[in-house]
Write a protein that binds this ligand. Structure first.
Ligand code: ZN
Length: 492
């Protein structure tokens, strides 16, 4: 079995072969920290979290770098407009670095809640001004960039492969350019590497071209190559980001990096698709952006994570209350089986020596594991992988209901849930009880009701006892009175 990844650069699934055997360098464009994270951020970073988890699970020594954009990202996503962070700082009347600090903390708080393993390195653009200036100097020396009025631009006509990622021919870009093209640019598609700071601009640094600040695209080239290296000394195996970043952001990253080093910048480009809200594109201008802190008031972060992984990273994800409620129920189903398995194991351990080993209790765990990895090897197909966990659930429920169980099988089942659902997908914490979507353990609640019924039976309140039993049955909880007490299981 080998891992196949859909490479946006070639538009096909390719067998994954890292640049250096056994090692993977992955860079994902991080957030621009001028507001709280929304559900779109969750989709992107949960998707890449599972990709990184899976690579590590496969045994690759994986270095995951994800930047924090704290300067240079302008309001029009290209070279015009205000710096997003400075704009927010003026609105809030605080220093831009306060904005950065506040929303960086908020971002990690939300990502931690979603069970996302933190990147190994989270570099900030403002901490890498020297490295960015060095790339601009290298490009100027090689004739790929030019200075105009204290700003520096990349000359796209000098890089014949410009447009190879987004597949936009340069002449089309020229024809489609807006009427008001910056007159400093030689070609409408030229992009800023360094921008002159206008009067009143707070975030600015000394450079060979005067006081200014780096262009947005430049930071990702500087920080990814600094920490992951350039072939033959390492390199970037995987570069990820949102689909909307293919152009201009990633196209420009390729141009400036490859022209500066003469080496291929990235081997595999992975782009995740966007979130829609009730079928509509999500956007600030549409007023339908769902912040994670708001979403978490209604749904546990684990449910949000599970919901995201139920669709493939390259598919759009439609956020609706019905879909989230469905996800909560689905996750609860998975958890219930795991709880029952764990409860049964505990019970068996107590009744040491009375293990029930009978024919017919076999589950092909190796087969399930194989199917799970086949799904993940196919471009990280998490919806299919989750489907396999549900198939496993059905078989486990059957053997739990049949009483033809064996402690060894149940322990292996539990270990498999931990491995696939826990380590790889991150949807199954070791203590599922504490993570119930309602915040209260259903197990404990059911146990409590059963105790009340036992109490009613002791007091010979038969009508009350039957009412509780029938009420639970309607909710799908079957209780059985046995010699050693009352046990329960879920129907179906
Ligand atoms: Zn980037």
């Amino acid at each position: 079995m080998s891992l196949y990844i859909y490479n946006t650069l070639t538009r096909r699934k390719e067998e994954f072969k890292p640049l250096v055997e056994g090692r993977v360098g992955i860079y994902v464009c991080g957030p621009t920290v001028y507001g709280h994270s929304h559900i779109g951020h969750a989709k992107s970073y949960v998707s890449f979290d599972v990709i990184v988890r899976y690579l590590r699970y496969l045994g690759y020594k994986t270095l995951y770098v994800q930047n924090i954009t704290d300067v240079g990202h302008l309001t029009d996503d290209a070279d015009e407009g205000e710096d997003k962070i400075e704009k927010q700082s003026k609105k809030d009347r605080i220093h831009p670095m306060q904005v950065v600090e506040m929303y960086t903390r908020s971002y990690f708080e939300d990502m931690d809640a979603l069970g996302i393993v933190r990147p190994d390195i989270s570099p900030r653009a403002t901490g890498h001004i020297i490295e960015q200036i060095e790339i601009v100097q290298a490009l100027m020396k090689k004739g790929f960039a030019y200075e105009k009025n204290n700003s520096v631009y990349f000359d796209v006509t000098k890089f014949k492969e410009y447009g190879k990622l987004s597949r936009r021919p340069l002449d089309e870009m020229e024809a489609g350019a807006r009427v008001e093209v910056n007159p400093e640019k030689k070609h409408p598609a030229d992009f800023a590497l360094w921008k002159k700071a206008e009067a009143g601009h707070i975030m600015q640094w000394q450079s060979p071209w005067g006081m200014g600040f780096p262009g947005w695209h430049l930071e990702c080239s500087a920080m990814s190559m600094k920490y992951l290296g350039v072939p033959p000394n390492g390199g970037i195996d995987i570069h990820g980001g949102g689909m909307e970043n293919q152009f201009p952001h990633h196209e420009c990253e390729i141009a400036q990096s490859e022209c500066a080093t003469g080496e291929q910048f990235v081997k595999y480009w992975i782009h995740n698709n966007m979130v829609t809200v009730g079928g509509q594109k999500m956007g600030k201008s549409l007023g339908n952006v769902i912040n994670l802190k708001d979403a978490f008031k209604k749904y546990s972060p684990l449910v949000v994570r599970f919901f995201i992984l139920q669709s493939h990273y390259r598919s759009t994800l439609d956020f609706t209350d019905e879909a989230l409620e469905g996800a909560a129920k689905g996750l609860e189903k998975l958890f219930n089986t795991v709880r029952n398995v764990r409860a049964e194991v505990l019970k068996m351990q107590k009744n040491d020596g009375e293990l029930k080993i009978e024919d017919g209790s076999f589950i092909d765990l190796v087969g399930f594991k194989k199917a799970f990895f086949e799904a993940m090897d196919d471009d990280f197909n998490t919806p299919q992988a989750i489907g396999i966990l549900f198939d496993l659930n059905r078989e486990v429920n059957t053997i739990l209901a049949s009483s033809k169980t064996d402690i060894k099988i149940l322990q292996d089942v539990d270990a498999l849930y931990n491995e696939l659902g826990g380590m790889v997908l991150g949807i199954m914490p070791a203590h599922v009880e504490a993570q119930s979507s309602t915040g209260v353990s259903q197990n404990d609640l059911i146990q409590f009701i059963i105790e009340l019924r036992t109490e009613a039976r002791t007091q010979k309140l038969w009508a009350m006892s039957d009412k509780i039993r029938d009420g639970l049955a309607k909710l799908g909880i079957i209780i059985e009175d046995k010699k050693d007490g009352t046990s329960w299981r879920r129907s179906g």
